[in-house]
Design a protein around this ligand. Structure first.
Ligand code: NDP
Length: 332
């Protein structure tokens, strides 16, 4: 098998490539080409968790290369303060002919890139074309990759607003981003409300367990990518925000089982299950409508699916073999 490190992956998976790869993967998911059991979440000592994400692109699906595999990823929310990524782990990729494990690679960076790429795919499909103002709620690893991803699909963005929990962390994020992108006006906001009011694009990328964004704050015509809450007990947005929006998801089975905002809004009677308009793959393949008017709020609820990891991992293995990157190891 080939073993790929974080450093290898930095040279193998660009954001622009990841966006195209994830778009194809999501079309395949919604066409039924993937087998995606629900993610298992293991409590490894509060507040830390391990996620186990298996999946397969089935042989002969006609849309994407068949493969199967599993991502094993730990989520340690306190890690960034100690200089580590909050997501650590490995992806093991198998080939479908003999069932051999052909690759193992670092899961942290690949997760960050594929998640931002998925938001970019949804933004390209659902957001107004003329977005000028982006609000990032959260200032961690996902925020960094989301900024890059949003600029890829909406180069019209000129203003970036950042609202985190601790001002000094948001300021450090903003000054780093401003140094790399001097043409953008990047500013830090003390509260989420002022950051999102009037914004065309909003990405919530926090580790908050309780809603930090209320529906009444968001302007008509905005597009939201709601990314941060990955277990049913966590929510980043309130029920009003869910109810006010035209709602799209990555994968219905995991949404109804694990997306806290959607589950709570259904349980409280604010919405019915039909409020989920479509999976993003259905919009991308033309089977479902996306945005219909400039004034409606579109919302993409991202939970993340193993199909995104498998598709990006497959690309990285091809690139690594072509360029001689990585280390060959034998399990025989
Ligand atoms: P980081 O720990 O790097 O960043 C989290 C950010 O959230 C920090 O800026 C933190 O602020 C901020 N934050 C936490 N609580 C609040 C709050 N109450 N109000 C405002 N900001 C808050 O994590 P990542 O960027 O790696 O991941 C962010 C989230 O995305 C995680 O919950 C993760 O599980 C989820 N995720 C989702 C994926 C998907 O596919 N949908 C995939 C991968 C991750 P401060 O800096 O002050 O601590």
């Amino acid at each position: 098998m080939i073993v790929l490190s974080d450093r290898d992956l930095r040279s193998l998976l660009s954001m622009t490539d990841a966006i195209e790869i994830v778009e194809k993967a999501m079309i395949a998911v919604s066409a039924g080409a993937a087998n995606l059991p629900l993610r298992s979440v293991v409590d490894v000592g509060e507040p830390n968790r391990m996620g186990v994400m298996p999946g397969a692109f089935m042989p002969g699906n006609g849309l994407v290369e068949a493969c199967f595999g599993v991502k094993l990823v730990s989520l340690f929310p306190g890690n960034p303060d100690a200089g580590y990524s909050s997501h650590q782990g490995a992806i093991v990729l198998f080939e479908p002919e003999h069932g051999s494990a052909i690759a193992m690679m670092n899961a942290g960076l690949l997760t960050a890139i594929r998640t931002a790429a998925a938001s970019a795919v949804a933004t390209r499909a659902l957001a107004r074309p003329d977005c000028g103002t982006l609000a990032l709620v959260g200032a961690g690893e996902q925020a960094e990759h989301h900024l890059e991803a949003m600029l890829c699909v909406r180069p019209s963005i000129r203003e970036v607003r950042v609202a985190g929990r601790r001002r000094e962390k948001a300021e450090a994020f903003a000054s780093h981003a401003a140094a790399r992108r001097p043409s953008l006006a990047i500013s830090v906001f003390d509260d989420v409300r002022s950051a999102v009011e009037g914004a065309d694009l909003v990405c919530t990328v926090t580790s908050s367990a309780e809603p930090i964004l209320m529906g009444e704050w968001v302007a008509p015509g905005a597009h939201l990518n709601v990314v941060g809450a990955s277990i049913p007990s966590k929510r980043e947005i309130d029920e009003e925000m869910v109810a006010r929006s035209r709602l799209y998801v990555d994968y219905r089975p995991s949404t109804f089982a694990q997306a806290g905002e959607v589950i709570r809004a259904i349980e409280s009677g604010r919405i019915g299950p039909e409020h989920v308009r479509a999976e993003i793959g259905e919009v991308l393949s033309g089977k479902a409508e996306g945005r219909e008017t400039a004034g409606e709020i579109t919302l993409y609820r991202s939970l993340g699916v193993a199909a995104q990891d498998l598709a990006c991992a497959t690309h990285c293995v091809h690139e690594a073999r072509a360029r001689g990157v990585g280390v060959e190891a034998s399990l025989d």
